[in-house]
Design a protein around this ligand. Structure first.
Ligand SMILES: [Zn+2]
Length: 155
């Protein structure tokens, strides 16, 4: 319960950082901290969407849901989002403050990748369908691009 961090790890080739834009959804499986139920359907939340918290609606959170098992309404707020750049190592990409919910697992599916070639030219790529890794070839710079051996964990 409380604060948790989503960490990501991948081997990056010619991609120096991966980021999730503020208006893009994060797909996660959540666990109720009160009854321990891990909900079997993934849910989404994003940094730019704030929802009022019942009953008074004065405070806001990025995710609000009623636990289907214990019936209590709980929430999670996104505290910080950071790009991933530590190829081959785990790095925290999101910090969450959970009030009754915690993240059991994150499913990374989309990123914006950025890189710089040997002559200093910067480029950006849309990375989608990341599940089993991602490979592409940049014709303009003649560069193979890849994001492989993807792992996530929550600490
Ligand atoms: Zn519950």
């Amino acid at each position: 319960m409380g604060k948790c961090e989503i960490q990501f790890k991948a081997d990056l080739e010619n991609v120096s950082s991966l980021s999730v834009p503020a208006d893009q959804d994060w797909t996660v499986f959540v666990k109720c901290s009160l009854c321990g139920e891990v909900h079997d359907k993934p849910v989404t939340m994003n940094e730019s969407e704030l929802l009022p918290l019942p009953p008074k609606g004065r405070t806001e959170a990025n995710f609000v849901m009623k636990c289907k098992l214990c019936g209590r309404t709980s929430s999670m707020s996104i505290k910080s989002v950071k790009p991933y750049s530590a190829s081959g190592e785990y790095q925290t990409v999101m910090t969450i403050d959970g009030r009754g919910f915690e993240v059991a697992r994150w499913i990374p599916d989309r990123f914006v990748g950025a890189g710089v070639n040997d002559s200093g030219a910067e480029y950006e790529v849309e990375i989608e369908d990341l599940e089993d890794g991602w490979c592409d070839f940049d014709d303009r710079f003649d560069l193979p691009l890849s994001v492989l051996d993807i792992e996530t964990r929550v600490i």
